[in-house]
Design a protein around this ligand. Structure first.
Ligand code: C5P
Length: 213
């Protein structure tokens, strides 16, 4: 699978469809979050699947164990490839999430990339997620190597906080796509550095080429 996940953080169905069609050669998985899902509902899920692509459902579940379990059963019925939960939901919540049969991959957020984080806390949360049976974590590019060392190579590490150059925005723990891949990221999640450019398709191509070196 290609390692760029494009975050479809746009408000409009047609814009999202154009992005999926135009970036299809470089992207296999698209991130669907509340921005687009709340506007378009299941229609957007269908569009991504009809284009032969997979969905990373980033709704970051953080609730009581029973609710998270049932939310994941609903996500399973939508046929998504992966989804997120918050590791701070705790052990019982993570175990309930992982117990869902025939479920999508579950990736637990360690500490949001928009927050300054203590590496010890990130590793503690990653280890908890692993022990509870989830498939990997969402963490910043700065922690990939350490998480892989502590949790094993087969434990997925997905990294947002990807920036092509230095910018002053809400993301605090950042790195370039090539650094994230070199550090061992299984996927990078990229939104604004692609969406905010004049030619998003060309930017995806540039990122793809930088990643494969
Ligand atoms: O625009 P930008 O490249 O910062 O987008 C990153 C994407 O990854 C956003 O859709 C954001 O919601 C998501 N994300 C994140 N940090 C996490 C988990 C998901 O930035 N820990």
């Amino acid at each position: 699978m290609k390692k760029i996940i494009l975050a479809l953080d746009v408000c409009d169905f047609n814009k999202a469809e154009k992005l999926v069609k135009e970036t299809a050669s470089y992207v296999d998985v698209y991130k669907l979050g509340p921005i687009l899902l709340l506007r378009c509902g299941e229609e957007i899920v269908k569009m991504i699947k009809d284009n032969g692509k997979e969905i990373f459902l980033d709704l970051k579940f953080h609730d009581i164990p029973a609710t998270v379990k049932r939310a994941i059963e609903s996500a399973r019925e939508l046929g998504v490839f992966s989804l997120t939960v918050h590791s701070v939901g705790g052990e019982d919540m993570l175990r309930a999430a992982a117990s869902v049969k025939n479920r999508p991959k579950i990736w637990a957020v360690t500490v949001l990339t928009s927050q300054v984080a203590n590496r010890k806390e990130v590793i503690k949360r990653a280890k908890l997620a692993k022990v509870c049976g989830v498939d990997g974590v969402i963490s910043s590019p700065l922690e990939i190597a350490l998480i892989k060392k502590e949790c094993g190579r087969e434990f997925d590490v997905i990294t947002p906080g990807i920036r092509l150059e230095k910018v002053d925005d809400d993301q605090k723990r950042v790195a370039t796509p090539e650094v994230a891949i070199k550090e061992g990221a299984d996927f990078i999640v990229v939104g604004r550095p692609i969406l905010d450019t004049v030619d998003p398709t060309e930017t995806v191509r540039i990122i793809y080429n930088r990643m494969i070196g």
